[in-house]
Design a binder for this molecule. Structure first.
Ligand code: CA
Ligand code: ZN
Length: 300
């Protein structure tokens, strides 16, 4: 299988005008290497976090042009495998994250990754490998890699992990797919503004789907479908994720919206992805067993 290195190209902004660094046929599986979100600038706790180059944040490897992807199609991205480095970094600091007002200076912590654990001081934390930044070129102006949106981007959704499949709306020819910002662990919210930031590599299969339309990223894993939505406030993100999911189930079934709304209130989950990025990200999660009972196929 082919590997795409970050040396071949990175972006700091998802933009339809970015030149692609690789062209692949729909259905291609490839391995993509990534820097961590600080572009690997913090390798020890001696590094002054305030003095790193803050223009080199959230690099994503890409973009990759997927042949035959056209405006209005869907790009399906299956995350086959996530590999991570053996050391991660976390930071806190003034104005960063939910607790930023409690700190006077930036601090970092280096965490070693051993077997299935992240070592924090002398604590073993469970490993949860995930991808923070993943998406396609947006319509209109570029969007920096720190901001999430309809194109994906910095969604910091801990469900974006091995075995998950993402569906993105295609806004430009070739879709222009990129990814970066892996975490060895992160809780819902990403409250400090950093997960356990690690370099890594993801093996993904990129496939163009014709004849389906989505407005915002959708995620599927073995158990659930999840509608992702990013907005100015968490309230709006959670409400719009819910509406988007309910409207889709109604559109894909013959069920009345009253019943679908009651069913989603009974078994659907409105959840937080992150509450620290320039836009907030929420998801609405529906178990597949219910969709199967309702005979609803959300996306082909
Ligand atoms: Ca992130
Ligand atoms: Zn990150």
């Amino acid at each position: 299988m082919e590997t795409l290195s970050y040396n071949e190209g990175i972006i700091y902004e998802f933009n339809k005008d970015n030149p692609f660094i690789k062209k692949v046929a729909s259905g291609t599986t490839l391995r993509i290497e990534t820097y961590d979100c600080f572009q690997n600038q913090i390798q020890s706790e001696e590094t002054e976090v305030a003095n790193i180059d803050w223009d080199k944040i959230n690099p994503a490897t890409g973009p990759i042009y997927v042949e035959n992807a056209q405006l209005g199609d869907v790009l399906k991205v299956k995350i086959e495998k996530i590999e991570i480095g053996d050391q991660g970094v976390m930071v806190i600091g003034p104005d960063l994250g939910i607790m930023g007002d409690r700190f006077e200076k930036m601090e970092s912590k280096i965490l070693s990754i051993q077997d299935d654990h992240v070592i924090f001081n002398d604590l073993e934390l469970p490993l949860h490998k995930m991808i923070g930044v993943i998406g396609v070129a947006p319509k209109g102006d570029g969007i920096n890699c720190g901001t999430p949106g309809a194109h994906g981007g910095n969604m910091d959704n801990k469900m974006v992990t091995e075995g998950a499949t993402l569906y993105f709306p295609v806004f430009t020819e070739g879709a222009l797919f990129s990814l970066g910002d892996f975490h060895a662990a992160m809780g819902d919210g990403e409250v400090s503004v950093s997960g356990v930031e690690v370099p890594g590599a993801a093996t993904v299969t990129l496939e163009v789907i014709k004849g389906e339309t989505i407005r915002q990223p959708l995620l599927e894993n073995d158990e659930v479908f999840s509608q992702i939505y990013s907005a100015e406030t968490l309230d709006e993100a959670a409400k719009e994720a819910t509406r988007e999911m309910i409207d889709r189930i109604v559109a894909k079934s013959n069920l009345p919206i009253s019943d679908v709304t009651m069913l989603m209130s009974a078994v659907g989950q409105a959840e937080i992805c992150q509450i620290v990025d320039p836009l907030m990200t929420a998801r609405f999660v529906v178990p597949k067993w219910l969709l199967e009972k309702l005979d609803v196929t959300l996306i082909g």
